[in-house]
Design a protein around this ligand. Structure first.
Ligand SMILES: Cc1cc2nc3c(=O)[nH]c(=O)nc-3n(C[C@H](O)[C@H](O)[C@H](O)COP(=O)(O)O)c2cc1C
Length: 188
């Protein structure tokens, strides 16, 4: 039993999201690989848009909850779409709230990135944009990511990836995340 604690986050809020499907696949694999997985649902959390005046009055409950979920985890598994060649605003907003002192909870977490988009590049530009942001906050993002292009054709009716190669990529990436965290028993 690895017991590695992973927080899973989808960068899309909509119910029928391809990235929620991709995240569900990763969560199942992580669980089979003996990780302890919690999901941070950005749609349910409904954090306000970051505003320094709100912050002055104290973090909203939703922000406190999200920050506590990160603090309790050793690693993050993020499945996110790409919006206009970059990070979706909802996910960036959540990271911005998490980035604020005191006790910035992202520092020292490991992370893996994956994403599904209807375009040809399968979120590669979003992942490239997300890496420096997470790196600046002390997150160790694993070098490989999974990109799922043409997402409307990529999943079957039960939400599984049709391409076994992509499924193997997700499985390898989740295994790498667990191994990476376990290779630093004192924490990152
Ligand atoms: C505001 C917006 C911007 C988008 N920009 C891109 C883009 O830059 N590249 C891309 O491949 N797809 C883009 N798309 C299409 C998304 O890949 C597609 O909507 C996808 O289904 C979103 O992920 P989801 O299914 O998890 O919600 C965009 C969609 C929206 C709503």
């Amino acid at each position: 039993m690895s017991g590695v604690r992973v927080l899973a986050i989808a960068g899309s809020l909509r119910k029928g999201s391809f990235n929620r499907k991709l995240l569900a696949i990763a969560v199942k694999l992580l669980t089979e690989q003996k990780a302890e997985v919690e999901v941070a649902d950005l749609q349910a959390l409904a954090m306000p848009v970051y505003d320094g005046d709100i912050e002055e009055g104290g973090f909203p409950d939703s922000v406190n909850k999200f920050r506590a979920q990160i603090a309790a985890a050793q690693a993050l598994c993020i499945a996110t779409p790409e919006y206009n060649h970059s990070v979706p605003g909802g996910l960036k907003n959540a990271i911005d709230w998490a980035s604020r002192p005191p006790d910035q909870p992202l520092k020292g977490r490991a992370a893996i990135l994956m994403g599904a988009s209807t375009g040809h590049f399968g979120t590669v530009r979003c992942q490239l944009a997300l890496r420096p942001t997470l790196g600046a906050l002390g997150v160790f993002v694993l070098p490989t990511g999974v990109t799922v292009p043409y997402a409307e054709e990529a999943f079957d009716e039960s939400g599984q990836l049709k391409d076994p190669k992509l499924l193997r990529q997700v499985s390898r990436l989740t295994e790498q995340l667990i191994s990476f965290v376990k290779s630093y028993p004192q924490g990152l």
